[in-house]
Design a protein around this ligand. Sequence first.
Ligand code: MD6
Ligand code: FE
Length: 203
Amino acid sequence: MKLLPGHLDRKDQEALLDEIRAIVKQAPLFTPSMPRTGQPFSVRMSNCGPLGWVSDKTGYRYQATHPATNKPWPALPQRLLQLWHDLANYDDEPQACLINHYHSDAKMGLHVDGDEEDFTAPIFSLSLGDDARFRLGGARRNDPTKSFMLRSGDILLLNGSDRKAYHGIDRIYPGTSTLLKAPGRINLTMRRVTKPYTNGMKD
Ligand code: MD6
Ligand code: FE
């Protein structure tokens, strides 16, 4: 992994937040639910880009449309594409940006981001708003973990052997940032979903 603390200054965070607000007006936050049990997540989600990650009783998947409005997801903002190009060390475009919104009591259990085809691409994460405690483990759920804070403007790249590591958000620290209008946190994760296009020819 690679952590870039405070990569975005306050002005850049505000500009990005304005773009995210416009996106969630078009593609409202929805409450995903766990496959099989239907148990709701405490985090609400939306997406931008050609694909979006959704979860409901039938499973986890990427799809091109919002589950409630059935409209295509809004485009990925240019400033996010630029950050990916500058930092991801991966030639092709990201195809999905998952938008997670945490209220003060929300958290995210240990999981692996495993619904993509191409694990050579990193997952690019950017945090806005209140501080959160991120937990990173190993390839198995019971491997030892370490935790560290993610703060507003921080970028985290999950790459290499950490790309398939278990991770989650233990808790939010409400009121630690003044960026959002109310206590809470937004996390954006950009993902490459499919393998890059090739025409099958050898050079
Ligand atoms: C979050 N992040 O920060 C949840 N996944 O709210 C993730 O689940 C995550 O930060 C893959 C790579 C980086 C991440
Ligand atoms: Fe994740």
